[in-house]
Design a protein around this ligand. Structure first.
Ligand SMILES: Cc1cc2nc3c(=O)[nH]c(=O)nc-3n(C[C@H](O)[C@H](O)[C@H](O)COP(=O)(O)OP(=O)(O)OC[C@H]3O[C@@H](n4cnc5c(N)ncnc54)[C@H](O)[C@@H]3O)c2cc1C
Length: 481
């Protein structure tokens, strides 16, 4: 098949969407998809969006695609917002399907909802808000698909909770042979443990039933402290039953990195007499103006100004009262960069609290010499994950999300590989682990140390998907061998 037009990106892609499984003409141009990194250009054979509004037609179309792909030995990968950064949602020369959906059924008595896998959290929050409900655990941004949240087993800053899987009651999944099964801790429990955090390698998640929280007015408490005092205080606050959400930040300039910490915890406050205000967009990051945040690239002085703004000015601006839904309703675009020569890359490491001080010391040594610009660290609390086979939180831990701005060049990439591998060695030495939806820069031996049950996962995947229909770059890099 002739392949052309290699520069197609997510932004101009819709014009070329293929309507569904159909014979592909010899002249069909190549479709090249990318993800949030803009560094994952991957040619795919076919790309289409799965509209779930008609359930029977939706399932029939997925089955036809799986049959067709299996017949041609093409891989299939499903994605939602494609904000993963290492082609985890992209099947090389295969069929890429985007899940879209908007169905959401609320069970008020059980305080749960059943939501189509492609539904974005922004829609979920809007709808739950009208019912006085709120997601129990989700990411800190609202752009992502609910099914994708299950597949990466995401976590956020509500406390005290394990990753998203700990809030999942059940889900339906379509397996490689087209059968649809319901999974829960008691029904098809092996598939439940495999698909949660399984990066779509087990099947297509169709919908998810998930536990919810009550929406509430929350009042922040902001504390500034020396960085070395952070871990014990953070853990104590995260386990305080009156605290519902919590995060931390630290200063990131090269010369005085990680010397000071900001700890922000939220407790329930009385609702206003006329009820909770309807959810508006704008979570915690909007507190830091985009211009102040982006100015940090290439300027150590701007990094120091940003830290001052965050620790002094923000608390002075007012009470900071907000509903839980408002805090969760943050679009990823709030602080995103617009320079085509650079890209924002996330790392995330999970540390046992007693080793957090050693992690800070390791970062102070490893990050400043790197070419990448270190823009932010956000700290969260994650309880141990006893469920997923590919669990990243193997004990209760502090999660450190590091945000870098990287030059989009061979040199920028080589620098990021070096930095990631050095940070990962350091974290593994402290008994920690790293998160998988970002760049695939960790070495295979590092992956094996962080994910000691990967062999079990591999074996089970081959049992449920013997022809390896569901594949993506994560499988190709770490699991397929
Ligand atoms: C700005 C930003 C902020 C972030 N914040 C957080 C955070 O606070 N906490 C956190 O835990 N993570 C966070 N992440 C990581 C994020 O959770 C993952 O990248 C997640 O995958 C994003 O969802 P998505 O809809 O873009 O998924 P995609 O990238 O589209 O898919 C992710 C994976 O799930 C699979 N998949 C998706 N849908 C299905 C389905 N229906 N059936 C089968 N497989 C499927 C894909 O094949 C892929 O392997 C953040 C990422 C970014 C870029």
């Amino acid at each position: 098949m002739a392949m052309r037009q290699p520069n197609l990106t997510r932004r101009n892609l819709p014009a070329l969407l293929v309507a569904g499984p159909m014979p592909v003409a010899a002249t069909q141009p190549a479709i090249v998809l990318n993800d949030a990194s803009r560094l994952s250009a991957t040619p795919v054979f076919r790309y289409w969006s799965a509209d779930a509004s008609n359930e029977a037609a939706f399932l029939a179309r997925l089955r036809a695609e799986l049959r067709d792909a299996a017949g041609q030995r093409r891989p299939v990968a499903v994605g939602a917002a494609r904000h993963s950064m290492g082609a985890q949602s992209l099947p090389r020369d295969g069929t890429a399907i985007s899940m879209r959906g908007a169905r959401l059924d609320i069970d008020r008595a059980a305080r749960t909802c059943r939501v189509h896998a492609g539904t974005r959290w922004s829609s979920v929050i809007r709808r739950l808000d009208t019912e006085g409900l709120s997601p129990l655990v989700m990411q800190s941004n609202n752009d992502f698909g609910v099914g994708a949240t299950l597949c990466v087993n995401a976590h956020g800053w509500p406390t005290p909770h394990g990753p998203f899987g700990s809030t999942v009651v059940a889900f339906r999944i379509m397996l490689a042979d087209g059968t649809v099964v319901e999974c829960s801790p008691t029904r098809n429990a092996d598939l439940f443990r495999l698909a949660i955090g399984g990066y779509g390698l087990i099947g297509i998640v169709l919908d998810v039933e998930v536990r919810l929280a009550a929406n509430a007015m929350l009042q922040p408490l902001q504390e500034v402290m020396p960085a070395d005092a952070f871990a014990p205080r953070f853990i104590a606050m995260a386990n305080d039953p009156t605290v519902g959400m919590i995060y931390g930040r630290m200063n990131v300039s090269r010369a005085d990195m990680f010397t000071e910490a900001l700890l922000v915890s939220y407790r329930a406050a009385p609702a206003p007499r006329n009820g909770l205000p309807p959810v508006a967009q704008g979570g915690m990051m909007v507190q830091v103006a985009r211009s102040i945040y982006r100015a940090q690239i290439g300027s150590e002085a701007a990094k120091r100004r940003r830290w001052l703004a965050e620790k002094r000015l923000v608390p002075a601006l007012g009470t900071g009262m907000a509903t839980r839904n408002r805090l969760m309703n943050e679009p990823a675009a709030s602080l995103a960069g617009r320079d085509p020569r650079r890209t924002d890359i996330l790392h995330e490491y999970f540390l046992p609290a007693p080793r957090f001080g050693d992690f800070l010391a390791g970062c102070r040594t490893l990050i400043p010499p790197a070419k990448a610009e270190f823009l932010n660290v956000t700290l969260r609390h994650v309880l141990r994950d006893n469920l997923s086979l590919l669990a990243y939180a193997r004990s209760d831990c502090i999660a450190a999300v590091l945000s870098f701005s990287q030059e989009m060049s061979a040199e920028g990439e080589a620098d990021m590989v070096r930095l990631t591998q050095a940070l990962t060695d350091m974290v593994l030495g402290l008994g920690g682990s790293f998160y998988l939806p970002y760049r695939r820069h960790a070495r295979p031996d590092q992956f094996a140390r962080a994910y000691p049950r990967a062999d079990e996962f591999r074996h089970a995947k081959r049992t449920h998907d013997p022809h390896l229909l569901f594949r993506n770059a994560l499988w190709d890099s770490y699991l397929g061998t």
